[in-house]
Write a protein that binds this ligand. Structure first.
Ligand code: NDP
Length: 258
């Protein structure tokens, strides 16, 4: 992170007075998004399991004059996931933006896949996102305003060998988001799906199928991937538009990715 990315929120910060909850804020896209929203003046609830990392991030945000709340939680537990929304609202006063970012990409061929990988992805990438969204919408409806940002993937629009399980989870995010958008717009709530291509993060580290992991890492090494900050900028773009603008979808690939 450089100094500009950690700039102190100014009087012109476009999200001043708003509260955002970012899942998966301990690394990668989530951490960059939390910093970017805080730089726009939002108070940010930081959610992930690795609390010590969240504390460091919260320290950076506070040092720059922002407000951050650390919630160390395993989002695979639906009740704990919902409780993060309750806690953010009780400690920060409201909830304007939910960024459903926490996710897993456990690539592998269908025939050889560890079926527990599918369960972990469907739980975190899909069901957790749905539980959090429901809890957030219940808060946002009475406010008459809110924004749900779902981090999907290019794998939410297409699929290929070794991506079937991951794509299934991200296509589910797309279907859920489309129905949600049409429903909640009547209550002033906006819904944005962001579909990044390859981003340089820890996401690849968790792939359990060794040959697939090696092939994927080799593919990435031949390109200049997106940085987490590039995706964070897309979140900021969507969330800082005037209320009349509902940015439905942002597809963003590295120049090197076909
Ligand atoms: P990282 O692996 O860098 O970060 C994942 C985040 O999710 C971490 O903060 C991790 O925190 C959190 N997380 C994982 N499991 C849990 C859990 N059970 N409870 C709470 N938090 C959890 O990945 P990225 O930043 O790359 O990924 C973020 C999102 O972007 C994902 O949805 C991914 O599918 C999507 N994406 C990523 C792309 C890429 O190429 N990197 C491309 C397209 C989409 P902790 O371990 O501390 O709990």
């Amino acid at each position: 992170m450089n100094d500009t990315q950690l700039s102190t929120p100014s009087a012109h910060a476009r999200l001043q007075g708003q509260v955002a909850l970012v899942t998966g804020a301990s690394a990668g896209i989530g951490a960059a998004t939390a910093l970017a929203l805080a730089a726009e003046g939002a108070a940010v609830a930081l959610v992930a399991r690795r609390q010590e990392r969240l504390e460091v991030l919260a320290g950076q945000i506070r040092a720059a004059g922002g407000q951050a709340l650390v919630i160390g939680t395993d989002l695979n537990d639906a009740e704990q996931a919902r409780a993060t929304v309750t806690r953010a609202v009780s400690e920060l006063g409201r909830l304007d933006i939910l960024v459903n970012n926490a996710g897993l990409m456990l690539l592998g061929p269908v025939a050889d896949a560890d079926a527990s990988d599918w369960e972990r992805m469907m739980t975190l990438n899909v069901l957790t996102l749905m539980h959090l969204t429901q809890a957030a919408v219940q808060v946002m409806k009475p406010q008459g305003r809110g924004h749900i940002v779902n981090i999907s993937s290019v794998s939410g629009r297409g699929a290929g060998p070794t991506s079937a399980g991951y794509s299934a989870s991200k296509w589910a995010v797309g279907g859920f988001s489309e129905g949600l958008r049409q429903e909640v717009r009547l209550h002033g709530i906006r819904v944005t799906v962001i579909e990044p291509g390859v981003v340089a993060t820890e996401l690849t580290d968790h792939i359990t199928h060794a040959a697939t992991k090696a092939a994927y890492e080799s593919r990435i090494s031949e390109m200049t991937p997106l940085e987490a900050e590039d995706v964070a900028a897309a979140v900021v773009y969507a969330t800082t538009q005037p209320q009349r603008v509902n940015v439905n979808e942002i597809l963003i690939r590295p120049l090197d990715q076909g």
